[in-house]
Design a protein around this ligand. Structure first.
Ligand code: ATP
Ligand code: MG
Length: 170
């Protein structure tokens, strides 16, 4: 219900704008959340001057981390990476889980869409996490990328747009 309300709010209002350092928000969010997940979380964070709406970034990270955990074996590792690719900071959440087929890839961002409804009933959830992530990423004029191989794992990534990177004043 909280997720549904959140999507409705995002449809109609600008989320309260509070921009914070991407590096800081990622480090804090992952550190706080990892203790509640069975998997090992690794962080490889290249320092950036990027800023992002902190509430939105937290929500993106929590939704992607909760999926990475829910759809992976407990023995898996979840990697959170910030890397500079083509001069642009790129945030990636990668897991070693069940993966998503090409057919499902085109649907997982739809509200209430869940792969394999019978099995996913056991894991719980309502199919709104990725709709929220996509909405928040698009709101910041970026795009969410998904790469996945069934049985191997899934990687979600997005680039921080140029306008959210503070210029050095030297
Ligand atoms: P909610 O996020 O609302 O609790 P949910 O996790 O089912 O529920 P989404 O986060 O929107 O919903 O994901 C939609 C579907 O995409 C999931 O039900 C799952 O089948 C698939 N999926 C999402 N992330 C992954 C992942 N990392 N690995 C494998 N499948 C995934
Ligand atoms: Mg989810």
């Amino acid at each position: 219900v909280e997720n549904l309300l959140q999507l409705t709010r995002m449809d109609h209002t600008e989320a309260t704008l509070s921009y914070q350092s991407v590096d800081k928000v990622i480090r804090e969010t992952v550190t706080n959340y990892e203790t509640s997940l069975p998997q090992t979380i690794t962080m490889a964070l290249t320092p950036t001057n990027a800023y992002f709406n902190s509430a939105n970034l937290q929500q993106i990270l929590l939704a992607l981390l909760s999926n990475a955990s829910k759809y992976s074996p407990e023995s898996g590792t979840v990697q959170v990476t910030v890397a500079i690719q083509n001069d642009q900071p790129t945030i990636t959440i990668a897991d070693q889980g069940i993966g998503i087929s090409d057919v499902d890839k085109s649907h997982v961002f739809e509200r209430f869409y869940r792969v394999d409804k019978a099995r996913s009933r056991q894991t719980g959830g309502s199919g709104l996490g990725l709709a929220i992530v996509k909405h928040a990423v698009n709101h910041h004029e970026s795009r969410l990328h998904i790469e996945s191989t069934v049985g191997k794992g899934t990687r979600f990534s997005f680039v921080i747009p140029e306008r959210l990177i503070a210029k050095n004043s030297e």
